[in-house]
Design a protein around this ligand. Structure first.
Ligand code: CA
Length: 229
């Protein structure tokens, strides 16, 4: 599933967007910090960017996104701020949402922009991995291994869902914390290890090959994604 990076210093907006985007089947990264956003850009398939950030000028982030190539951006602007709109347009944003906005409308725009950029898988479609061994249904928030429904805590489910976003790709603890908890919990990187341990216990025998440890780096899904049928 595509990953949306939400860069927004207002916590309430970040949280509501996370909730709506996740419900629509997206993997979501959030940060209130422009500096952090620059670090997270390579992990994103689309960026929702508030131009009015406290630490870095949003238009500098737009420039950096542009430099990286074809990463779609939806800019959030304050109602009064027409200059933001104009600056954003000049710097090549793909769409605009003016505050206050409906989160549902923003999700629709994210889907529309991603569609324009080469297609977005149907939201909520269950994905299957390792020739059907593992199935993950983001709509239902449920996962099955070898046909058995896994009894996962929300954190464990999020972890599994996060590494499954891109099978084989290694996710650092930092990135997993961000995906599972949001930027506010950045100090908790080590707790990821205990959540992974619990997740593996529930996965049962063979768990170490489903969620693999990459020593010194992080974790990855060890199963390939099956072709959609
Ligand atoms: Ca702001």
């Amino acid at each position: 599933m595509p990953t949306v990076l939400v860069v927004e210093d207002e916590k309430d907006i970040r949280e509501v967007l996370r909730r709506y985007l996740e419900r629509a089947g997206f993997s979501v990264l959030t940060t209130p910090s422009g500096a952090e956003a620059l670090r997270l850009l390579p992990s994103a398939d689309l960026v929702v960017l508030d131009l009015g950030l406290p630490d870095v000028d949003g238009t500098d982030i737009l420039r950096e996104i542009h430099r990286l190539g074809s990463l779609p951006v939806i800019v959030l602007t304050a109602r009064s701020s027409t200059e933001d709109r104009i600056r954003g347009l000049e710097l090549g944003a793909d769409d605009y949402v003016t505050k206050p906005f409906s989160p549902h409308e923003l999700v629709l725009r994210v889907q529309a922009v991603l569609h324009r950029f080469g297609g977005v898988p149907a939201a909520d479609a269950a994905a299957s991995y390792g020739d059907g061994r593992l199935r993950i249904d983001p709509g239902l928030h449920k996962a099955w291994l070898d046909g058995n429904l896994l009894d996962l805590t929300p954190t464990e489910w999020d972890l599994l869902d996060a590494v499954a976003a891109s099978p084989g790709r290694v996710y650092s603890r930092y990135e997993l914390v961000n995906r599972v908890r949001g930027y506010e919990y950045a100090g908790y990187e080590r707790t990821i290890d205990s959540h992974v341990k619990n997740l593996r216990r529930k996965l049962g025998p063979g768990a170490a090959e489903v969620v693999e440890t990459v020593t010194g780096v992080g974790y990855r899904l060890g199963l390939h994604r099956d072709e959609r049928t």
